[in-house]
Each structure stands twice: as C-alpha cells, then as structure tokens.
Ligand binder design. Sequence first.
Ligand code: 4NP
Length: 166
Amino acid sequence: MKVLMVCLGNICRSPLAEGILQDKAFRSGLKWSINSAGTNGYHTGEAPHHFSQKVAKLNGIDISQQRSTKFTANDFELYDKIYVLAADVLDEVKKIAGKKFDPSKIDFLMNELHPGQNLDVPDPWYGTEPGYHEAYSLINKACDAIIAKYSPIPKGALQQETSNSI
Ligand code: 4NP
C-alpha cells in the first residue's frame, strides 16, 4: 500500500506522520511505501521543524532526512490512501486536485481513532514545544489504529508461536 500524509507546510505534522507510520509498518512486517506532502509549498526542500525532529528522536524515530514537498493532483494517481491532518488541509487538497479528487482514497488521519468525527491534529506551527508533543501523541495513536487494521501479524501470534514450539 502506498500512503501519503498531508498537512499545510509539510514541516510539522505530516513529517511526523510519515516517520511514525513508516516505523510501525516496518516493525509489523508491512512492506508499505509512506510519504508526506504539504498543500502550501512555502517550505519546499526544507527539513522538518526542529521540534518535530526533536519529539521524533525522543521516541526513537529519525525524520531529519525528510524534505518538504508540495502536494499535487497527480498524488491521487500515485497513492492508494491519502490522509489529511486537518479540515483546512482537506479544503486545499480539493482545490489542488480539481477533477482528480477521489473521495474513496482520502480520509482524516484522526478518523482512524474517532471514525466519522473529522477531527484535526492541531497545527503546532504557531505555538511552542508542547504542541509538537501533543501532535506526536495524537498521530502515534492514529497510526497504531491503522496498523491494527492492516497488520498481517494478529495480536498475540508471536507469543502463540513461541509457546507452541516449546
Ligand atoms: P504543518 O505546519 O502544516 O504541520 O507543517 C505549518 C507549517 C508552516 C506553515 C503552516 C503550517 N506556514 O504557513 O508556513
């Protein structure tokens, strides 16, 4: 599965979402391709915000090599699933995608935790460090829910295997 995480600048929230889901997919044996993009393009080519890098690193994830890219209409052809981090991002995605907008491929990331509620991951860009920790926590829980839905390794299977072989 090819997954794209989208926010406004692609320097605060979606780089975290890319790094977190990549880490969880790898650990779960899912050979997914995960990327991120931003709708405004203001930070194209830049590394993630230093607080996003910091909070990721504190949780054992290195996102320092990521570079901001701008979301394009063609992303609806390149990806199987597109997650927006907030409602204003969805509005921008619709504008950019035009006729290529495909509602069957897109959802709010937070709907994986709270189905149908269309909740935002609040934008930490205008705030201070705690906002980045809050964003990490919300994104981390939503990504756990994604992995639980798709993981080929059922919960407890490894435990079962071990006990059977004794
Ligand atoms: P992000 O945060 O969408 O989580 O990357 C933002 C970063 C930059 C801007 C807006 C939001 N900006 O307007 O420059």
